[in-house]
Design a protein around this ligand. Structure first.
Ligand SMILES: Nc1ncnc2c1ncn2[C@@H]1O[C@H](COP(=O)(O)OP(=O)(O)OP(=O)(O)O)[C@@H](O)[C@H]1O
Ligand SMILES: [Mg+2]
Length: 449
């Protein structure tokens, strides 16, 4: 395909010159080297889609290079070039992961045929998804102080290689954080692989993550690379890490300590280069206390922690989020973006959003589908939310939006505190906020007696 990158390695300059001209003509981006070790170094930056490698080279031969390259770039499509067909050599090359081989001398038609065949095996990251994701950091909305701090933290940690633990309730944007880190890091052109540890059956998770060798268990009918390997120099996002089976947690610990994986059924260790980001909506300290999560793994993962606030802890973000989500949803549904009555915004700010931004997004989508006019009305929202919102009284509009929001937040806290006879613990639980953030708000609004 046009603009695919090809690395040529041959110790014979005339061969390099021949291939260079030919492949450039075909529209490939070409880099060449006459030395295996140098070629290996170059590949790190060049990140080729294909490599055409001569078998016989000094001092390190093509098979050595093949093995090194496949270790670091498992998805690279390698075609070996050889002057004499030696069955042993070919078998060895295939075992080490070569895709095909071509015998010298070959003509342009033969080369084209081999490359055309190989093309089918290249997994191009879908350009539109890539763009969409790159865009995600811009689509990460928040004007509240807590969210601004989160954005600052992301910018600071993105360039590092450290493991990160993202915590927060369901729907608070944990995956968005992981993607924002990846796409604003130097790893952005390498894969971002997201694994939901709760969605993959226990028995399969290990082989998904670590890969397996043919015949290592019933059904393993070919070698398979694991997701750690497939993440290459990119990022692997381990979502719902608390759901990882206890036994697998110790293997995970080894990965973090040694930066190596071993495919099931293999004795060979393969180094991994991906950055690891884990996420959970559970309280891992609690999980550790109950013996469900390994403490040593927790410490390894929790090197840098990004804690996402609940939506009710940042009511001032609701107007901007609503605006952004309406844009997104109306585009998706191919409808024109409706306006919002003051009434509706007020209503949205009264609800306690246990499902956070995801629930807000779903509610808006529901409303947008139900609403036929240009103004989004309360009646278009799901009954569940409309009814829950009615439970708290009307709100007074006081000056700026921020002031109104604060006034309203204060009144909810006060009312709940009264309902709970002044018990802060119960109040925090009812409002689904942490005790600390309740205390912070109590101080802020001078509600402490
Ligand atoms: N700050 C935000 N700005 C814009 N959109 C957001 C924000 N936070 C979350 N969203 C949107 O809300 C939805 C849920 O976000 P995400 O999947 O990242 O949450 P999560 O914390 O991983 O949730 P879960 O625990 O349920 O998997 C997504 O559609 C995401 O785009
Ligand atoms: Mg998620």
């Amino acid at each position: 395909m046009k603009n695919d990158k090809i690395l040529i390695v041959d110790d014979e300059q005339s061969m390099i010159d021949f291939l260079d001209v030919l492949l450039r003509d075909e529209g490939y981006i070409v880099e060449a080297s006459n030395d295996s070790e140098e070629a290996y170094q170059r590949a790190k930056l060049f990140k080729p889609d294909y490599a055409l490698i001569d078998v016989r080279m000094e001092p390190k031969n093509g098979l050595w290079l093949l093995k090194q390259l496949k270790k670091r770039h498992p998805r690279l499509v390698v075609i070996m070039m050889t002057a004499y067909i030696s069955v042993d050599e070919v078998v060895d090359a295939m075992k080490k992961g070569a895709y095909d081989y071509i015998t010298k001398p070959f003509n342009i038609t033969e080369l084209r045929a081999v490359l055309k065949n190989a093309q089918k095996h290249i997994q191009h990251p879908d350009k539109t998804t890539l763009d969409k994701m790159e865009y995600q950091f811009d689509n990460f909305i928040g004007e509240s102080k807590v969210m601004k701090n989160v954005f600052d933290d992301i910018r600071k940690i993105a360039p590092l290689d450290s493991t990160i633990l993202v915590t927060g309730e369901s729907g608070t944007g944990k995956e968005l954080v992981a993607r924002a880190i990846h796409y604003s890091s130097p790893r952005r052109n390498s894969p971002f692989i997201s694994v939901d540890c709760s969605a993959i059956p226990e028995t399969l998770l290990e082989s998904e993550l670590f890969g397996h060798m043919k015949g290592s268990f019933t059904g393993a009918d070919k070698n398979k690379i694991g997701l750690f390997e497939a993440s290459e120099d990119g990022t692997i996002f381990l979502d719902e890490i608390a759901e990882m089976p206890f036994l697998l947690q110790s293997k995970m610990l080894r990965v973090l300590q040694e930066r190596e994986v071993r495919r099931i059924g293999s004795t060979e260790s393969i180094s991994i280069h991906a950055r690891i980001i884990a996420a959970t909506n559970r309280n891992l300290t609690e999980e550790v206390r109950h013996g469900r999560f390994r403490e040593d793994l927790f410490f390894r993962l929790n090197i840098i922690n990004i804690q996402l606030p609940q939506l009710t802890d940042r009511l001032e973000d609701i107007p901007v989020l609503v605006d952004h989500l309406l844009d997104k949803i109306s585009q998706r549904l191919n409808k024109s973006k409706p306006a919002l009555s003051a009434n509706t915004l007020e209503f949205l700010m009264k609800y306690h959003w246990p499902g956070n931004v995801r629930e807000l997004e779903n509610a808006l989508e529901h409303a947008l589908i139900m609403e036929e006019g240009p103004l989004l009305d309360v009646s278009s929202f799901p009954d569940r939310i409309v009814n829950a919102s009615k439970e708290t009284g009307p709100i007074a509009i006081a000056g700026s939006l921020k002031e109104s929001v604060e006034e309203y937040e204060k009144s909810i806290i006060l009312k709940t505190l009264e309902d709970m006879s002044g018990n802060q613990f119960k109040t925090a639980r009812k409002l689904k906020m942490t005790r600390q953030s309740l205390q912070y708000k109590l101080k802020k609004y001078e509600l402490l007696k």
